[in-house]
Write a protein that binds this ligand. Sequence first.
Ligand code: COA
Length: 189
Amino acid sequence: MSFGNLQRDPFPQPRCDVQIRWMIRRDMPEVLEIEQQSFEFAWTEEDFLCCLRQRNCIGMVAERQERIAGFMIYELLKSQLHVLNFAVAPWARRQSVGTQMIEKLVNKLSQQRRQEICLEVRETNLAAQLFFRTQGLQAQSVLRNHYEDTEEDAYVMRYQLYPSDEVILPFVPRNRIADIDSEPDAEAA
Ligand SMILES: CC(C)(COP(=O)(O)OP(=O)(O)OC[C@H]1O[C@@H](n2cnc3c(N)ncnc32)[C@H](O)[C@@H]1OP(=O)(O)O)[C@@H](O)C(=O)NCCC(=O)NCCS
């Protein structure tokens, strides 16, 4: 698997040993604890179960020394993997657990099927933005007032297996009347 668009640290930390596997019901107490330690507006157990009951939703955990070190929930869409929830336990952070979970997702992409990973990150969550950027995800658009709990915007970040050169420019409103007035040949035309 190529990680061509990753911004790798030339002197990376040694990777810790984790096993990434499907989430099972027994993992839920540890997953909920990580969730609460990680987010101000945490998902409840019902939120997790409701999500995981959907046929296209997958839950995975990263296990380290028989403890749950992190988890991710994502949905299988037609052409992308959409990450709905992603967190690493505070005690396991900055040890490459998150990196290994993203690598697991990247390894699920294929030319024939899903070619990209997509997620939304809160505008105030700089740590996550920086983390996802090191994993090769790029911020590509903004969803205004995306969340019900705050007035925050969400940044849509995307990893593409085959990055295109297309640049999505921010929408800049234009005053077309002023444009016409300021053109020297506007009246002659
Ligand atoms: C964001 C998060 C998932 C990162 O997980 P992690 O296992 O600590 O990440 P890694 O150890 O694999 O980090 C890889 C690189 O990402 C960058 N990075 C990770 N956390 C960072 C932080 N807090 N600040 C700046 N850069 C960070 C670093 O470059 C890091 O490499 P380094 O440790 O060699 O400097 C974790 O901090 C977390 O669970 N945060 C709370 C939940 C959250 O915000 N989830 C995302 C919701 S969209």
